[in-house]
Ligand binder design. Structure first.
Ligand code: NAP
Length: 317
C-alpha cells in the first residue's frame, strides 16, 4: 500500500493533519496507534476547546474530528508502527502485523503517555484499582474511596470528574500549592468529597487482587502513614511517545521530537505535531494547530518534489 501522507497517531494533532491533508486531495492514511483519539479521548470534559460553549466530552470531540477527516477521504488503520526506514524514498513503514506501507511524507503525532509513579505495587495492580483514565474507569469506583496523585490541571479535572462516582477522594501532592488553573482549584477546594494531603508522595500501593491501601510519605518530616483506599489515579504529567524515533529523528533531552517553527523534523518529508513535540502548551487546540501546519507543510513539500521531478524530466528529455 502507498500513501502520499501517512499520519502516525490519531489525537487532535493527527486528526487535524488528516483533515487538512484530505482536503488537499492527498488521501492521507492515519495509523491510529495504541490510543485511538489520543489523550483527549481519555479526558472527561473539554471546556477550553473553542466553539463549544458548554464544553464537550473528550471521546465525542475525537470522534467528531475523525468523522470530519473521513468525510474528505482520510483512511484509517488500527495498527501500530514498529519500524520506519527513512533511508529510502518513498519511506517504508512497517506495522505490527508485518505489513509495509510506503509514504512520500510522514506526519508524526504519536503524542505522550501518562507518567507512572514508579512505586511498588503500581504495575501489579494496574487495572485492579490503579488507573490512568478516570473517564474510562471512574464508573467502577461508585461509592468508593480513591487517591489522585498530582497538582496539575489533569489531576484536578479528573478528580472533579471522579467525584460523580466516589464517596471520598484524596489528592496527594508533593508540594503545598497547586499548579492547576485557579478555576479548577476553586472547584476542588469547594467540593466536599475532596481533601488534600500536602507535601506528600505515594510510596507504595498495596493489595492482593485489588488496591487496598497506599503508603504515603510526608516529604518534609519523613513520616509515613497508610491510607485504606480502593483506587489510585496518578496524574503526574506525561512522557513523549518517541521510542520508535530514537536514532532517526532529533530528540531533545526530555525525548520530545525537535522541529522548526514549520513542524519540520531533521528529515525532509517527515513532520511532527502535537504532544510529541510540545512540552510547553500541551493543549488540544495547540496540537490541532500544529497538525494543521504539518499537513500544509507536507502539501507544499509534495508540490515542490513534483515540480522538481518535472523540471528534471524536462531537462533530460
Ligand atoms: P502537569 O501540568 O505537568 O502537572 C503534573 C503534576 O504532577 C504537577 O503538579 C507535578 O508537581 C506533579 N508531579 C510530576 N512528577 C511527579 C512525581 N514524580 N511524583 C509526584 N508528583 C509529580 O501535567 P498535567 O496535569 O497532566 O497537564 C499537562 C498539560 O495538559 C498542561 O499543560 C495542562 O495545562 C494541560 N491540561 C489542561 C486541562 C484544562 O485546561 N482543563 C486539563 C488537563 C490538562 P509540581 O507541581 O510540584 O511540579
Amino acid at each position: 500500500m502507498h500513501s502520499k501522507v501517512v499520519i502516525i497517531g490519531s489525537g487532535p494533532a493527527g486528526l487535524t493533519a488528516a483533515l487538512y491533508a484530505a482536503r488537499a486531495n492527498l488521501e492521507p492514511l492515519v495509523i491510529r496507534g495504541l490510543q485511538p483519539g489520543g489523550l483527549i479521548a481519555t479526558t472527561s470534559e473539554v471546556e477550553n476547546y473553542p466553539g463549544f460553549v458548554e464544553g464537550i466530552g473528550g471521546v465525542e470531540l475525537a470522534d467528531s474530528m475523525e468523522k470530519q477527516a473521513a468525510r474528505f477521504g482520510a483512511q484509517f488503520k488500527d495498527t501500530l508502527v514498529t519500524a520506519i526506514d527513512a533511508s529510502v524514498r518513498p519511506f517504508v513503514i512497517t506495522t505490527d502485523g508485518g505489513e509495509q506501507v510506503t509514504a512520500d511524507t510522514i506526519i508524526v503525532s504519536t503524542g505522550a503517555s501518562p507518567r507512572k509513579l514508579g512505586v511498588l505495587g503500581e504495575e501489579q495492580l494496574a487495572n485492579r484499582g490503579v488507573s490512568y483514565c478516570a473517564t474510562c474507569d471512574g464508573f467502577f469506583f461508585r461509592g468508593k474511596k480513591v487517591v489522585v496523585v498530582g497538582g496539575g490541571n489533569s489531576a484536578l479535572d479528573e478528580s472533579l470528574f471522579l467525584t460523580r462516582f466516589v464517596d471520598e477522594l484524596i489528592i496527594v501532592h508533593r508540594r503545598d500549592s497547586l499548579r492547576a488553573d485557579p478555576v479548577l482549584q476553586e472547584r476542588a477546594f469547594s467540593n466536599e468529597k475532596i481533601r488534600f494531603v500536602w507535601d506528600s508522595a505515594v510510596e507504595a500501593i498495596m493489595g492482593n487482587e485489588q488496591v487496598e491501601a497506599v503508603q504515603i510519605k510526608h516529604l518534609k518530616d519523613g513520616s509515613t502513614s497508610e491510607l485504606a483506599v480502593d483506587g489510585v489515579f496518578p496524574y503526574i504529567g506525561h512522557i513523549p511517545n518517541t521510542k520508535l524515533f530514537v536514532g532517526l529523528l532529533t530528540l531533545d533531552d526530555a525525548g520530545y521530537i525537535v522541529t522548526d517553527t514549520r513542524q519540520r523534523t531533521n528529515i525532509p518529508g517527515i513532520f511532527a505535531a502535537g504532544d510529541v513535540v510540545d512540552h510547553v502548551y500541551r493543549q488540544a487546540i495547540t496540537a490541532a494547530g500544529e497538525g494543521c501546519k504539518a499537513a500544509m507543510e507536507a502539501t507544499w513539500y509534495l508540490a515542490e518534489q513534483e515540480h522538481a521531478a518535472k523540471k528534471a524530466q524536462h531537462a533530460a528529455g
